[in-house]
Design a protein around this ligand. Structure first.
Ligand SMILES: [Zn+2]
Length: 297
């Protein structure tokens, strides 16, 4: 049997017979590969726990007539353990592997962009770099964009004008102006529009800001006094040695406050964006991303 070597990330596994499993792996050079891991469910398997979802592994695979067979597997990324001890990260990681599995539909067809996006997102979850839900949402939009389904955000999908863009239509593929909007299009606030753009471009500075202290509304239409406080929190975070820690703790320490209009606007924007991500995924993959629904519930 011919052998090939590649690195990959385990997307899912299914039981096969008494002790085996079929593992679905998204690889760097060979696209999606399904291969049998023999004896993997035995207590003393030579694969140990290396062939579980989210594991990044170096693989040696033997080509088989119907299914390939895993010959060797060595761990190269330890982030699966970090993901599995944090329920939010775990739920978000499920969105990533489910989406990647659905998006890369053909086996043995190189999909390097998809591989890099998937391991980038899993790595961000393992290192707790950003809010897990937002990592999952951004991953879904970017993976679909890489596959050719990028929403048009800068101009109306009907007439091309660049102002008065206030509605989003999944069916038509992007933003619509007030004149051209169709009944199924969703009204988007400026904040929601900004968040959606940031998700697709991977603008984490804006996304983290929107999640942690609602500062994102400060240059939007919905200005109020909280916007200034949000701005100050942002500044103190930027000045400190560890921005992530101070951003998380800054609100609790110096700025205990009741929910404001700005918070409400921010939360409404997040729900609107969550719905769009779900719709966009379902429409272009032609089936729902089930774990995404669990994430928002
Ligand atoms: Zn228009």
């Amino acid at each position: 049997m011919a052998l090939y070597r590649d690195e990959g990330v385990v997307l899912r596994t299914v039981k096969l017979g008494e002790a085996d499993r079929i593992v679905t792996v998204l690889t760097k050079e060979h696209g999606k590969v399904r291969a049998v891991a023999k004896g993997v469910r035995r207590v003393k398997s030579r694969f140990g726990g290396r062939l579980e979802p989210f594991m990044r592994i170096d693989l040696l695979i033997a080509e088989g007539r119907s299914l390939d067979v895993v010959s060797q597997a060595a761990s190269i990324g330890t982030y699966a353990a970090e993901i599995c001890i944090d329920f939010e990260a775990y739920s978000a990681a499920n969105v990533i592997v489910e989406t990647a599995d659905k998006l890369v539909s053909t086996e043995h067809e190189r999909a390097r962009d998809q591989y890099l996006l998937a391991i980038g997102a899993l790595n961000a979850l393992a290192k707790h770099m950003h809010e897990p839900t937002v990592v999952a949402q951004s991953y879904v939009m970017r993976a679909l964009s890489a596959a050719g389904w990028t929403p048009r955000l800068d101009s109306c999908v009907v007439c091309g004008r660049r102002d008065e863009l206030a509605y989003f239509s999944t069916l038509s593929g992007g933003m619509m102006c007030l004149t051209d909007r169709t009944p199924e299009a969703t009204r988007l606030s400026r904040e929601a529009y900004r968040q959606l753009r940031a998700l697709i471009s991977g603008d984490w500075a804006s996304l983290d800001e929107a999640v942690y202290h609602g500062g994102a509304v400060r240059d939007g239409a919905e200005q109020d006094t909280m916007a200034d406080i949000g701005h100050r929190i942002g500044q103190s975070a930027a000045e400190s040695a560890d921005p992530k820690i101070s951003m998380r703790s800054g609100i609790g320490e110096g700025h205990v406050r009741a929910p404001t209009l700005a918070d409400a606007a921010r939360n409404a924007a997040q729900s609107a964006v969550a719905r769009i991500v779900e719709e966009w995924g379902e429409y272009y993959l032609e089936r729902p991303i089930r774990s995404l629904r669990l994430l928002h519930s």
